[in-house]
Design a protein around this ligand. Structure first.
Ligand code: ADP
Length: 583
C-alpha cells in the first residue's frame, strides 16, 4: 500500500521545506524505479515467453521426421533440421551457409533453381512441389532418392526465406515397384508350361531388377542338385556367367545352396568374404571364373512348392556394387514363391505329357500287335464254323467257337474305342456329315442291340413323333456309334426284365435324342464325372473300360451338339444328346 504524502501542520521552516522537497523527490525516484522495474520484468517475461515459443518451434522443427530446410534468397541453407540430417547424411554444420544445390542430383539442379524462382514470383505463399513429376534428392553418399516436397515462402522485413519440407518416399516407391514387378513376373511365368522356358523366364526376371546375375539349382530325382540356369543382366557378361554351368555343385564342399536346402532358410550375405569363394571353388579355373564375376553380395532363397523344396534361386550382386540387405529378402522370396509354383506346374505338365506319350505307345502296340492276332482268330474261327456240319443240332464245338468269336469281337471293340479316344484327343476326329433321318438312325441302332436286350428279357422300344422329325446334319456311322453306346449301356446296366426307351423330339434348331432305362440309376456324386475318360462307377465286376461315354461326348460335340444325363439311384437314367437340324 502506498504511503499518503501529508504536509506538516503550522508554518514551515526553510529546513522543513527543503526536507519536504527532498522527501518528495526521493518518493518520486522510488516510484520511477518501481515502474521501471515492473516494465523490465514484463519485458523479460515477454522475452522468456518468446524464447520458450521459439524453443518449442525449434524443437518441433528439429525432431520432425520430415526434412525441413530453409534457404535465403541466394538459396543458401539457413535451417537444416534433424530430419534433414538423417535423410541426407550431412550434419547441419556441414551445410549451413552452403547452396541448396548440394542436396540435389546434378541433373535436377537447373530445373530446381528455376522452380524456386517461379515460385518466388508467384502470388502463392505455399505449394506442393512437382505435383506431377517426382523430386529427387541426393544423399551425402551420392545415392539419389525420390521425395515428396512442399515449399513455402516468408518475407521477414526485407529478407525472403524459402522453406522446403521433404519426405523420403523410397520405401513406398520400392513397395510399388515390387508390386509391379511381381505382377509382371506372374504373367511372364504363366505364359508357358514348358519346363526349360519357365526356368529361363525366372532367371531373366531376376537378372536386372533383383540381381546382376542369377543362378537356378534344382533338386533332381535321387537327391542330387543340378545347376540348370544362369542369366546375367548384362548381355556382354552372359557368356562368362554361363560358364558356371560347367562346374556342377560339389557335395563334398560347403556351399550356401546345400546349407539352404538343408535348413530351408534363405542365405543372405551382404558382403561376401573372398575366403568364401576359395572354399567353394572346385579348382583353379573355377576360382578364376568366380573372381572374374566380381561377386560381392549374395542372396539365396529356397524354391518351395506345396512344402517341398525344389531347389534354390541364388541372386548375385557384382559389378553394380549393390549389396543385399535384409529388406531385399521379402521381394526375393515372393519371386521364388511364384517361380516355384511355375516350375512345379511345368514339371507336372512334363510328367503328364510323358504319361500321355507312354499311353500312346501302348496304344500303338495294342492296335498293331493285337489287331493282327485278333484277325487271325476271326478268320480261323470263321473257317472252323463253316467246316462244321450244318445239321442244326446243338453242337458243343460250335458253341465254343461262337464264344471265341464273340470275345474276339469285344476285344476289337475295346481296341477300337482306345484308338478312337486317341484320335479325338489329337483333334483328328473327321466327320462326314449329311442330312440324316433321326428315326432311321434310332431304328438301325436298336436293330443291332435288340438281340442283346432279348437275351436279358428287356423291352427295347422306340418313340418317334407321329408327325415325323426334321433331318439332322450328321455323320451316320458316328451317330450310330453314340446311339449304340448309350443303348448298349442301358442294356448292360439294366437288370433283366427292364425297359429301355429310345426317343427323339424337336428342340428349336436341334433334334433331341433320349435313351431312358429302368436300371439302377447313377448316384448324384458320380454324375459330374460320367463323361470323363476311363471313368467308371466303382463296382464289382467291370463291364467296360469307361470310354464309351467319353467317346459319345466327343462325337456329339464335334457335331456341334450337347450331351448330358439325368438320373437318380433307383429311378433309372435318361441320357440326352442333341444334333443340329440339317435345314
Ligand atoms: P463303360 O460302360 O465301359 O464302363 P462308359 O463310359 O460307357 O464306360 O460308362 C461309364 C460309367 O457310367 C459306367 O461304368 C457306369 O458306371 C455308368 N453308366 C453308364 N451308363 C449307365 C446306365 N445306363 N445306367 C447306370 N450306369 C451307367
Amino acid at each position: 500500500m502506498s504511503r499518503r504524502r501529508t504536509a506538516p501542520k503550522g508554518r514551515l521552516s526553510d529546513r522543513d521545506v527543503s526536507d519536504l522537497a527532498a522527501r518528495g523527490e526521493a518518493e518520486l525516484a522510488r516510484e520511477r524505479l518501481a515502474t521501471e522495474q515492473a516494465a523490465r520484468i514484463a519485458a523479460e517475461e515477454a522475452q522468456e515467453r518468446l524464447r520458450q515459443s521459439e524453443a518449442k518451434f525449434a524443437g518441433i522443427v528439429s525432431i520432425a521426421s520430415d526434412a525441413i530446410i530453409s534457404v535465403n534468397e541466394a538459396q543458401q541453407i539457413i535451417l537444416f533440421n534433424q530430419g534433414a540430417e538423417t535423410m541426407f547424411g550431412y550434419q547441419a554444420s556441414d551445410v549451413l551457409g552452403r547452396r541448396l544445390d548440394m542436396l540435389l542430383p546434378r541433373g535436377a539442379r537447373p530445373a530446381h533453381r528455376e522452380h524456386i524462382r517461379d515460385f518466388g514470383q508467384s502470388p502463392i505463399a505455399a505449394r506442393r512441389m512437382a505435383e506431377r513429376q517426382e523430386i529427387s534428392g541426393q544423399r551425402k553418399n551420392g545415392e539419389e532418392f525420390p521425395a515428396e516436397a512442399a515449399i513455402s515462402k516468408l518475407d521477414l522485413g526485407n529478407e525472403r526465406i524459402y522453406t522446403v519440407v521433404l519426405r523420403d518416399i523410397s520405401r513406398r516407391k520400392r513397395a510399388e515397384e515390387a508390386q509391379r514387378f511381381l505382377a509382371q513376373a506372374s504373367s511372364v511365368l504363366a505364359a508357358s508350361l514348358d519346363h526349360e522356358t519357365t526356368l529361363a523366364s525366372v532367371a531373366r526376371l531376376a537378372a536386372g531388377p533383383l540381381a546382376d546375375f542369377c543362378i537356378i539349382d534344382l533338386v533332381q530325382e535321387g537327391g542330387h542338385v543340378d545347376r540348370l540356369v544362369v542369366a546375367h543382366a548384362d548381355p556382354a557378361k552372359e557368356g562368362v556367367a554361363q560358364q558356371l554351368l560347367r562346374y556342377p555343385l560339389d557335395r563334398s564342399r560347403p556351399h550356401l545352396v546345400f546349407k539352404m536346402l538343408q535348413t530351408g532358410q534363405p542365405e543372405l550375405w551382404p558382403e561376401l568374404p573372398e575366403s568364401y569363394l576359395e572354399s567353394v571353388a572346385q579348382n583353379k579355373d573355377h576360382l578364376r571364373l568366380l573372381g572374374a564375376l566380381h561377386i560381392r553380395s549374395l542372396l539365396a532363397v529356397p524354391l518351395r512348392s506345396h512344402g517341398r523344396l525344389l531347389g534354390a534361386l541364388t541372386l548375385v550382386m557384382a559389378e553394380s556394387g549393390r549389396h543385399y540387405q535384409p529388406e531385399d529378402l521379402e521381394l526375393a522370396e515372393e519371386l521364388a514363391h511364384r517361380a516355384a509354383l511355375a516350375i512345379e506346374n511345368a514339371r507336372l505338365y512334363r510328367e503328364a505329357q510323358k504319361a500321355v506319350w507312354a499311353r500312346d505307345e501302348v496304344l500303338s502296340v495294342v492296335s498293331h500287335d493285337l489287331g493282327n492276332p485278333l484277325s487271325a482268330i476271326f478268320i480261323g474261327t470263321g473257317l472252323l464254323l463253316k467246316s462244321l456240319p450244318a445239321d442244326g443240332r446243338p453242337d458243343e464245338s460250335r458253341q465254343h467257337l461262337e464264344a471265341i468269336r464273340a470275345s474276339a469281337a469285344q476285344m476289337e471293340r475295346l481296341i477300337g474305342n482306345l484308338l478312337e479316344i486317341r484320335r479325338m484327343e489329337a483333334g483328328r476326329l473327321r466327320l462326314d456329315c449329311k442330312p440324316e433321318e433321326p428315326a432311321g438312325l434310332i431304328a438301325e441302332a436298336c436293330h443291332v442291340l435288340q438281340p442283346l436286350a432279348s437275351v436279358k428279357s428287356q423291352l427295347l422300344q422306340t418313340e418317334i413323333p407321329a408327325d415325323g422329325l426334321p433331318r439332322v446334319l450328321a455323320d451316320r456311322e458316328r451317330v450310330l456309334q453314340v446311339l449304340s453306346n448309350l443303348v448298349g449301356n442301358a442294356v448292360k446296366y439294366t437288370p433283366a426284365g427292364g425297359r429301355i426307351t429310345v426317343r427323339a423330339e424337336t428342340r428349336e434348331a436341334e433334334v433331341g435324342f433320349l435313351v431312358s432305362d429302368t436300371g439302377p440309376g447313377i448316384p448324384p456324386e458320380h454324375l459330374p464325372h460320367i463323361f470323363e475318360r476311363f471313368w467308371q462307377v466303382r463296382q464289382s465286376g467291370r463291364r467296360g473300360i469307361g470310354l464309351g461315354l467319353a467317346i459319345a461326348k466327343g462325337i456329339v460335340e464335334a457335331h456341334g451338339g450337347r450331351i448330358w444325363v439325368e438320373s437318380r439311384p433307383g429311378a433309372g437314367s435318361t441320357f440326352h444328346f442333341t444334333l443340329p437340324m440339317a435345314e
